[in-house]
Design a protein around this ligand. Sequence first.
Ligand code: ASP
Length: 328
Amino acid sequence: MTHIQLLGTGGTIASRGSGERGSVASVSVDDFVSAAPDGVDVRARNVLTTGSYRLDLADLRAIADAVAEAAADPDVVGIVVTHGTDTMEETAFLLDLVHESPIPVVLTGAQRPADAADSDGPRNVRDAVAVAATPQLRGLGAAIVFDGVVRSARGVRKAHTIASDPFDGGTVVAHLEGEAVRVAALPVRRPPLPGPGPRFDGTRVDIVTAYPGARPDLLHAAVEAGAEAVVLAGTGTGNAGPGFVEAVADLTARGTPVVLSTRVSSGPVVPTYGNGGGVDLVAAGAIASGDLGAFQSRILAALVLSTTPGHAALRDAFGISPSRGGTA
Ligand code: ASP
């Protein structure tokens, strides 16, 4: 019998308790099966039960493996992953990058814990299940459903700490109107990349942020600490202060890629300025991240470098031209 696979990983949606020790993820995803819309068969499995602020790349790989396993089951027509909102944009993007099947992968969570009288978890799960079960959304890849809005994984960012819908960016794919899923647009997907293997877990990619007075030796410090690549979250369209161009040239010459992203919460990297700005950073060897923010750039860099070290594959991954419709 066809069904939706619900995979739990933790987050506020699975958290209880308050007071001195704070709210802690402890609730099984089984508790959310009853939130599904009538007539949809849901099976549940706990992959992890933890706050998403504690996840590492090995955990992200475990989630990706669980999704791939579920997607290989011909009876599964959609997958819902419950997850903390803090780093949902990273996990969602990894899942989107590697998802080969046309069945939708939908992440959701909550802003108010499971033991709050007004927890938003059950409604978000109900909406996510409805989205995952929508035949029109085959080929969607991965998306985040929150507070009645469906956004593509690519480009989505947590933009508010406590709002009922903390997310912004991505392509708005659909809205929930009561029980109905109103589809607006399917996102443009890239061909899927090979899924993460064990080497992904230890592929260290650090993020260095530009700000007034930021010191370019932070780039070298990251490499000395073991980074295989560094994402530079530049100011504005992708700029950095004195000394960064030389540091980028030095890292590039030594074989450590630098990806140039932006610390701004929306908009693409557009190398525009000289005098140490984005034009010079790219001329020094930095790889512009296009429309990807620093945190999603880091996930793409770690995934690509874990299978293909060096600059060339990374340049391809950031420059790859979109093809409509993915593998649908
Ligand atoms: N605030 C977070 C959440 O919404 C905590 C976490 O990411 O686990 O779940």
